[in-house]
Design a protein around this ligand. Structure first.
Ligand code: GLN
Length: 250
């Protein structure tokens, strides 16, 4: 039987502010180049999340777009919690990342309810956190990696005590411009502020997500054939160089 993965893409018409489709395109291509099928399932307001989804994707959006979907996303809480508890992978970016926490309070003090899936909350500040960002990550023990991307958010995200960040900020703001961490991770689920889109310039993370999705689909941790990532690695170096040129943190 050919191997296939099902990807539930939440609110693709609404939470898509910074080329989030590029993340989906990278996952689809890197799967296809390895002969792995890729079923892309758009999930809009009122739609159910397929119970056999191997990966869930939630993109970014401005406050207005977040307000359009927040109530419906909370209504999907149980489906999301079941998917993640069952070992599905998840990538949530910026606005989608914020809404997977307990709440997002905008600059006017208006509080959007969150799903409560990720252990954090977010409060928007006056100054937007904008620019190239570089992180140091270790998703698999002993495998130190860097992630390069672009951030643009008013929200300051604060992780609960003991919660696992996605990585340490080398250059840029990160979750809140204070604690030196960025993103959040629980098992195969990742939330991050890194846009750009994230995956074209960080192929190792795209493959990490594909491996998690395949492990969920097959019940075993597959080895992916390596690809020629010359172009992707160059894009990573350029983005990392831009972040380093910003200097310090924030
Ligand atoms: N509206 C949120 C903020 O400003 C998220 C923005 C985004 O998704 N880029 O923090």
């Amino acid at each position: 039987m050919p191997v296939r993965i099902r990807v539930a893409h939440l609110y693709p018409e609404t939470l898509n502010i910074y080329a989030d489709r590029g993340n989906i395109a990278v996952l689809e291509r890197r799967a296809a180049w390895r002969g792995i099928g890729f079923d892309h399932v758009p999930v809009g307001i009122g739609d159910a999340i397929p119970q056999d989804a191997n990966l869930v994707y939630v993109g970014g959006g401005q406050d207005r777009e977040q307000a359009l979907v927040a109530g419906d996303l909370v209504g999907k809480r149980e489906m999301l919690a079941d998917a993640v508890a069952g070992g599905a992978a998840l990538l949530a970016v910026c606005g989608g990342y914020q809404l997977l926490g307990r709440f997002y309070r905008d600059r006017n003090g208006c509080e959007l309810p969150g799903v409560g899936l990720l252990p954090h909350f977010t409060v928007a500040g006056e100054r937007r956190m904008i620019g190239d960002i570089l992180l140091r990550c270790e998703l698999d023990p002993g495998e130190q990696r860097t992630l390069a991307g672009f951030e643009n958010h008013a929200g300051r995200t604060f992780l609960d005590e003991g919660a696992e960040p996605l990585g340490q900020v080398v250059h840029g703001f990160g979750n809140n411009g204070e604690d030196g961490f960025e993103g959040c991770r629980i098992g195969r689920a990742i939330g991050t502020y890194l846009h750009g889109p994230l995956l074209p310039r960080n192929p190792w993370l795209a493959d990490w997500l594909l491996r998690q999705a395949l492990a969920h689909a097959l019940g075993t941790s597959p080895v992916l054939t390596s690809l020629d990532d010359t172009i992707e690695d160059t894009a990573h170096r350029v983005a990392a160089g831009r972040a380093r040129a910003r200097g310090g943190r924030g």
